[in-house]
Design a protein around this ligand. Structure first.
Ligand SMILES: Cc1ncc(COP(=O)(O)O)c(C=O)c1O
Length: 359
């Protein structure tokens, strides 16, 4: 049997029970799941495509691929041929299967950040490869690696990698023939920093060779329940992924393709959602600081990376006693043992409850 990490969320259950016992009810800031409505533009497109008896295209409809390329151009200054876009069933499945789909071999090392979304590690293991968490590529010495993940804005820290930093990663990888996969699922949620795509000319210097950008509609469009994302980049890699995904039946359902195209064409709902998160962040962050918490990074994305200087489980307990549930930093890597990750994905009413309890 494959050795996969224990599902760590089970360890949070006692703190969830503690938070639930609060007379004002639990404020669950432990996961980044959207709580606001799916925008009408999506629901209408989904309903209009409900009569979809035939198999959908693994490659996605031309309309969907054009919408994705249009969104990248309009919002992120990325020029890409719609032919070089491929829909995914949310981005988590792609993160988990990318090393396998690319043919990473047992024994090879898949590189990802020291503090990271756990699925990069899982994806390496599913391919029989070695997960390698590092923020310093130089620690690899001359070793050749097949795949390097970057994630900006970061889950869990909300850190944004400037174009200059990303450019260095790309240059390093290109010298060694490594693929850079950039998980950009929080790219539209920059607050005090401007996230930039790996496919932006300031980073890729005009060539998408060996680069893949991974996108998700889950956060931008409250689409986590629809399972919609896409990958875009190097035509050769996209073609390879398409071929394997066709054989493996990894296709986005047709009504979801229609809804995804509709939300990618529409910025109004995304701006509205951004405003909701901005407001929650603007009240929660100072409330935590006044209560003695230090917030690090967190210039973008849906999380506040916080510490009060004690161990992460003590911090989880302290907040659970106030009825506020957060995630221990340790879930994202050893380097997180003195931090907690606090999501801003709760309703205004729940966020306001947390703010008043922190006073
Ligand atoms: C960094 C990162 N990548 C990928 C995902 C997966 O998102 P989805 O599968 O909903 O597109 C998440 C979800 O929270 C995430 O934080």
């Amino acid at each position: 049997m494959l050795a996969l990490p224990d599902f760590p969320w089970d360890r949070l259950v006692p703190y969830q029970d503690l938070a639930r016992a609060h007379p004002g009810g639990i404020v669950d800031l432990s996961v980044g799941t959207p709580v606001d409505p799916v925008p009408p533009v999506a629901r209408e497109a989904l309903a209009a495509a409900a009569d979809s008896p035939g198999y959908p295209l693994t490659y996605g409809t031309p309309r969907l691929r054009e919408a994705a390329a249009g969104w990248l151009r309009r919002r992120h200054g990325v020029t890409i041929d719609p032919a070089d876009v491929l829909p995914t069933i949310g981005s988590k499945e792609l993160v988990a299967w990318l090393p396998t789909l690319l043919g990473v071999r047992p024994g090879e090392r898949v590189v990802f950040p020291e503090l990271a979304y756990p699925t990069y590690d899982v994806g390496a293991r599913l391919a029989g490869a070695e997960p390698y968490a590092t923020d310093g590529l130089l620690s690899l010495g001359p070793e050749r690696v097949p795949l390097v993940w970057v994630n900006s804005p970061s889950n869990p820290t909300g850190r944004v990698l400037p174009a200059e930093h990303l450019r260095k990663v790309v240059a390093w990888a290109r010298e060694r023939g490594a693929i850079v996969a950039s998980d950009e699922c929080y790219i539209e949620l920059g607050w005090e920093a401007h996230p930039v795509s790996v496919l932006h000319p300031d980073v890729c210097e005009g060539s998408h060779e060996n680069l893949l950008a991974v996108h998700s509609l889950s956060k931008r469009s409250n689409f986590a329940g629809y399972r919609a994302g896409f990958v875009a980049g190097d035509p050769r890699l996209v073609r390879r992924l398409l071929e394997v995904r066709k054989h493996a039946g990894m296709m986005m359902p047709a009504p979801v393709q229609a809804a995804t195209a509709a939300v990618l064409d529409d910025d109004a709902h995304a701006d509205e959602q951004r405003e909701r998160y901005a407001r929650r962040r603007a009240v929660l962050r100072p409330a935590l600081e006044r209560a003695g918490w230090r917030i690090e990074h967190s210039t973008a994305g849906l999380y506040l990376w916080a510490t009060n200087g004690t161990g992460c489980w003590d911090q989880v307990r302290a907040l659970a006693e106030l009825g506020i549930l957060v995630a221990p930093g340790e879930f994202y890597g050893e380097a997180g043992r003195e931090h907690v990750r606090i999501a801003i994905t709760a309703t205004d009413e729940r966020v306001d409850a947390a703010v008043s309890r922190l006073q």
